[in-house]
Design a protein around this ligand. Structure first.
Ligand SMILES: O=C(O)CCC(=O)C(=O)O
Ligand SMILES: [Fe+2]
Length: 206
């Protein structure tokens, strides 16, 4: 049985992020504070958080955050010597996934969950442009907990843009965004509480 976590069915208000060659929409109040608070606690419990290691310049290093990978059986995730088999999504993730599909008007079948425990946890600049995501992938990124700056950097020009991703927000990256831009979450010297991020994707079955 599907259970409903969301009470409000208002149409979320989108802000268009002004990237010259990207297509990014930000929904700051996608969830109510109550919904986002409840889901933050639920996700801390439901997700099987792990600290993975990757091979960087010939050395195995711990990645600076905890993560977990969920999705359909054919959805494989890996980079730099790391290879994750998908776990089946718990009801909380399924429910958030369906809400993302409604807003982004696109299907999703897997999600990377990231837990930034404090300001020292980060994600370095990258593009989600793996071939299995297909051309012009739609990626839906939901944030819970601490607001963190999310940076876009054009791969060729010096164009940059920063978005502060707040508790209960949704960021949808579509179109050519992954082709032209890298994105990342920097470390911060300031005190930062913990933040959970979910990035929903669609991996084609080949
Ligand atoms: O934590 C974030 O907001 C970004 C996560 C991300 O870029 C990813 O999982 O690919
Ligand atoms: Fe990403």
């Amino acid at each position: 049985m599907q259970y409903e976590l969301f009470h409000s069915h208002r149409t979320p208000i989108a802000q268009r992020i002004p990237l010259e060659q990207g297509d990014v929409s930000y929904y700051p109040d996608w969830l109510t504070t109550r919904e986002a608070d409840a889901l933050y606690d639920q996700l801390l419990q439901d997700i099987q958080w792990r600290q993975d290691t990757i091979k960087l310049f010939g050395r195995w290093v711990k990645i600076p955050r905890l993560q977990a990978w969920y999705g359909e059986q054919h959805c494989h995730y890996g980079y730099s010597g790391l290879s994750l088999a998908p776990l089946p999504m718990p009801a909380s993730l399924e429910s958030i996934k369906r809400k993302c599909e409604k807003t982004a008007k696109a299907p999703f079948n897997c999600v990377l969950a990231n837990w930034y425990r404090d300001g020292q946890d980060s994600m370095s600049f990258h593009a989600d442009d793996e071939p299995e995501l297909g051309e012009r992938p739609v990626i839906a990124s939901v944030t819970f907990g601490q607001s963190r700056p999310f940076d876009f950097k054009h791969k060729l020009s010096s164009e940059k843009h920063r978005v502060l991703l707040q508790h209960g927000s949704l960021l949808v990256m579509a179109g050519d965004t992954q082709t032209y831009y890298n994105h990342g979450v920097n470390k911060s010297a300031r005190h930062m509480a913990s933040r959970i991020n979910l990035t929903f994707r669609y991996i084609q079955k080949i």
